[in-house]
Design a protein around this ligand. Structure first.
Ligand code: 5GP
Length: 177
């Protein structure tokens, strides 16, 4: 099993993306090598099986990079996958939650029936920064009367203290300052 430190080396930092002054952690290099991707997936599966055994009903992935890991993880766990997207992207009747960003507000949606009352949910994204995105996702899942087992990310930008915003369990594979 590859160590988490090796996964850490497979991220690159791009300065001034998407705006000047922002240091963007790019996770796509992880996808260039199938053996690294496979080991990353093993780390995620191992963590979930150790902590939640067969409890996860649905993996919920956040737009957009949560869609890269969510379905792979769901397949390995033998459970379903459901997406959370920005307003207007999902067809059919949706449940919404609005959340505050640095400038203004945004709306997240899930398709009605994608998760049901009482289901146990694992929320997956690539990265947590300020925590606003993950917090909104937790709220949406709870508005649909499901239970958040854990918020699981590959990378936490620890300086931004995003996990302090969350009231649900949180786990990251890799920390960056
Ligand atoms: P937050 O709401 O925690 O501030 O931002 C997290 C969301 O923005 C995640 O959905 C994540 O994909 C995206 N994001 C913010 N900064 C970065 C970054 O440096 N790298 C990547 N890969 N995603 C980021």
């Amino acid at each position: 099993r590859r160590e988490e430190s090796t996964c850490k080396e497979c991220n690159r930092t791009i300065p001034d993306f998407p705006k000047p002054g922002i240091l963007f952690r790019d996770i796509f290099p992880l996808f260039r090598d199938p053996s690294i991707l496979s080991d990353l997936l093993d780390l995620l599966v191992h963590h979930v099986q150790q902590n939640f055994k067969d409890k996860v009903d649905v993996v919920v992935g956040l737009e957009a990079r949560g869609f890269l890991f969510g379905p792979m993880l769901a397949l390995r766990l033998g459970c379903g996958f459901a997406p959370i997207r920005k307003k207007g992207k999902l067809p059919g009747e949706c449940i919404q939650v609005s959340y505050t960003l640095e400038y203004g507000t945004d709306v997240f949606e899930m398709q009605k029936g994608a998760i049901t009352a009482g289901q146990k949910i694992l929320i997956v994204d690539d990265l947590i920064a300020t925590g606003g995105t993950m917090m909104a996702a937790c709220q949406l899942v709870k508005n649909m009367e499901a239970k958040v087992l854990e918020c699981l990310v590959i990378i936490e930008l620890t300086d931004l203290k995003g996990k302090e915003k969350l009231t649900d369990p949180f786990h990251t594979l890799i920390d960056f300052e």
